[in-house]
Write a new protein. Structure first.
Length: 102
C-alpha cells in the first residue's frame, strides 16, 4: 500500500492558504501605522504621502507570496542567515581520513 501525499499539504496549515499568523500580525501593524499616520499628518505634498503610505507598502512587500519560498520576509531571513553563518564547510563523510597518514 503506497500513500500519496498531495503537494499542497502545507497550504492547509496557512491562513487562507497563503499567510502565517506572524505575516498577518506584521501586515496589520503596517496597516495600523499607516492609518494612524493618515489621521494625524496632513497630506500636503507627494513626499509626505509616500512616507505616510510606506509602512503598509513595506509590510505588504514583505508578506507578498513568492514562488519556491513562502514570502519575501522568508527570503530576507534565509539570506541573512546564509551571509552571517560559517562559509567554510569541512568534509566529515566516510572518507574523512582518506589519503591522510594515521
Amino acid at each position: 500500500m503506497n500513500y500519496l501525499i498531495p503537494a499542497n499539504t502545507k497550504k492547509g496549515q496557512l491562513i487562507l492558504g497563503i499567510f502565517r499568523p506572524f505575516d498577518l500580525i506584521l501586515f496589520s501593524c503596517g496597516i495600523l501605522a499607516t492609518i494612524i499616520l493618515l489621521a494625524f499628518l496632513p497630506l500636503s505634498s507627494t513626499l509626505v504621502t509616500i512616507l505616510v503610505l510606506s509602512p503598509a507598502i513595506v509590510t505588504g512587500f514583505l508578506v507578498m507570496p513568492v514562488p519556491y519560498y513562502h514570502n519575501m520576509l522568508n527570503i530576507i531571513v534565509e539570506l541573512y542567515e546564509f551571509l552571517t553563518n560559517r562559509q567554510t564547510y569541512r568534509w566529515k563523510g566516510w572518507c574523512y581520513r582518506y589519503g591522510q597518514k594515521k
